[in-house]
Design a protein around this ligand. Structure first.
Ligand SMILES: [Zn+2]
Length: 179
């Protein structure tokens, strides 16, 4: 089926000038390899089990599944590196885990993991990787400040700085998956 050329479609053009919209704006065609469908976004909010090859590390070190930033954690109680931290970034802990356990199943979501039984804590190495709000545990004289950033960490502040969705295709195409 051949679609009409809507750029030449007079009723739309009349409407566009009535709205004062000079520019056509940007739009992207849906690409299932890069874009989450509405159903996939809902499932992601509920939590998915994936592996490294599904994830991308963005230039700012945050993690993305298709065009959404994600949080990541592991469901293996008793493992020291799995201890009750969730991750925001491809931090030192995850880089090591990726090398040591390339087939490790990973829990990802846009929401925090459910308490188990206490709320999960943000991973300090992720704050370090992002230097979030000036967090730098390596600077001794800065230590108290960094501890406060960690204590007062609120996921809403993270998302304010690193918007969840959508990550543009231009950014995604420039990256390889983590795995
Ligand atoms: Zn981390």
């Amino acid at each position: 089926m051949k679609l009409p050329d809507f750029l030449q479609f007079q009723p739309f053009n009349t409407l566009r000038s009535a709205m004062g919209a000079e520019r056509l704006g940007a739009f992207e065609f849906f690409d299932p390899r890069l874009h989450l469908s509405a159903t996939e976004r809902e499932r992601l909010a509920g939590g998915l089990t994936l592996n490294w090859s599904h994830l991308r590390c963005l230039h700012d070190y945050t993690l993305a599944y298709k065009n959404s930033r994600v949080l990541l954690w592991l469901e293996e109680p008793g493992q020291s590196w799995a201890a009750p931290n969730y991750h925001l970034a491809y931090c030192r802990v995850l880089q090591q885990l990726r090398r040591e356990r390339p087939t490790q199943p990973l829990q990802i979501s846009t929401e925090l993991p459910p308490p188990d039984p206490w709320p999960w804590q943000v991973c300090p190495k992720c704050l370090q990787q992002l230097q979030f709000q000036g967090y730098d545990a390596a600077r001794t004289r800065h230590r108290e400040y960094s501890d406060r950033v960690m204590e007062r960490f609120d996921i809403a502040d993270f998302y304010a700085q690193y918007p969840l969705y959508p990550v543009t295709s231009k950014v995604l195409r420039a990256l390889d998956s983590v795995g």
